[in-house]
Ligand binder design. Structure first.
Ligand SMILES: [Zn+2]
Length: 324
């Protein structure tokens, strides 16, 4: 049975994850020692606050580093390298039923935890800066909707939202939660396995997928089609290898062009769809300021960069700007 084979794999997975996490902590630990902390950090934060006051309105570009404290892991380590297996490619998803089965079965497990993620203090800090007219738009590469949940008003979800499902034939949009119910109905054995909590220890990736090399029994897995036209359903997020919709890119460029500064928060900018806004800012003489816990692709073009814990930085910024 499918369910039994999945359960057998959990112990192996847990051991493997422990080893990965230990390796990761070593990297994180050594980087933190070199980060700007103490007196240097205080000076950096003073400079960041001065810059925020000077260059309004600001467009913010955020990445996975903003959501890690909400329980959604980042894809990349402090050097910008993959921490995990790269996520599903668009071409693979669209071309192969087996790839879609793999995606939806893992997503069915991952959604339980992903959908329960809540905004963390960093999301609320950025929403506070918007309320005080320092930020006028926020472009996010995250698909978790946590900025909106924190009350951020002007959000451009560059890579879409995992909370929505789109039909690749007729374009019909429907809630992901509804898809979860339909997946449960189509796969009752698998649903019982998830609802029993047996999959709780599996780790979720940044796009709501579950980190699991292979699920046995995928031949039995059933994916509901679009209820309007019978077409193939896909989460309404931009997959790796898929282009960001043109109008969304234009909206993001327009936001940037009406800004006095681009502030990058929690992104390694390794994906071109985010990095291009740094290039555009430089071309338009808009200063780029980066707050990230590791190396980014735009370090060499940044006006200045704070390489430190994001939460401590923005906690101090809110305190110093007296906008809480
Ligand atoms: Zn359809």
């Amino acid at each position: 049975m499918f369910t039994c084979r999945v359960i057998e794999r959990i112990d192996e997975l847990f051991d493997a994850d422990d080893a990965v996490m230990q390796g990761l902590n070593t990297v994180i630990g050594s980087n933190h020692i070199e980060d700007s902390t103490g007196l240097d950090a205080a000076l950096d934060i003073e400079r960041l606050c001065d810059t925020l006051r000077q260059y309004t309105p600001i467009t913010v570009l955020t990445g996975a580093g903003c959501s890690t404290a909400s329980g959604i892991p980042d894809y990349r380590d402090f050097a910008g390298r993959w921490k995990q297996k790269p996520p599903m490619q668009y071409g693979e998803f669209m071309s192969h039923e087996s790839a879609r089965c793999r995606y939806w079965s893992r997503s069915m497990i991952g959604w339980v935890r992903f959908s329960s993620a809540r905004p963390n203090p960093l999301h609320f800090a950025l929403a506070t800066l918007e309320q005080h007219d320092l930020i006028h738009s926020l472009i996010t590469q995250n698909v978790d909707s946590l900025h909106s949940q924190a009350g951020q008003q002007q959000v451009i979800d560059l890579h879409g939202r995992l909370a929505d499902v789109v039909c690749t034939t007729c374009g019909d949009l429907s809630p992901r939660e509804m898809m979860q119910q339909r997946l449960y109905e189509c796969n009752p054995d698998f649903a019982r396995h998830i609802q029993s909590g047996a999959t709780d220890i599996l780790r979720t990736t940044a796009d709501g997928d579950v980190l699991l090399d292979d699920l046995a029994g995928l031949d039995d897995f059933s994916i509901p089609p679009c209820s309007r036209c019978g077409g193939v359903l896909k989460p309404d997020v931009v997959f790796f290898g898929e282009a960001v919709p043109r109008e969304r890119v234009s909206e993001a460029y327009a936001a940037l062009e009406s800004s006095a500064m681009l502030l990058v928060v929690g992104s390694s900018l390794m994906v071109y769809s985010g990095y291009r806004f740094c290039r555009a800012a430089v071309r338009s003489n808009i200063p780029v300021v980066i707050v990230n816990a590791g190396r980014t692709r735009a370090d060499d073009v940044a006006e200045f960069k704070i390489e430190a814990d994001l939460f401590r930085v923005f906690d101090a910024v809110i305190d110093r700007l007296d906008v809480a």
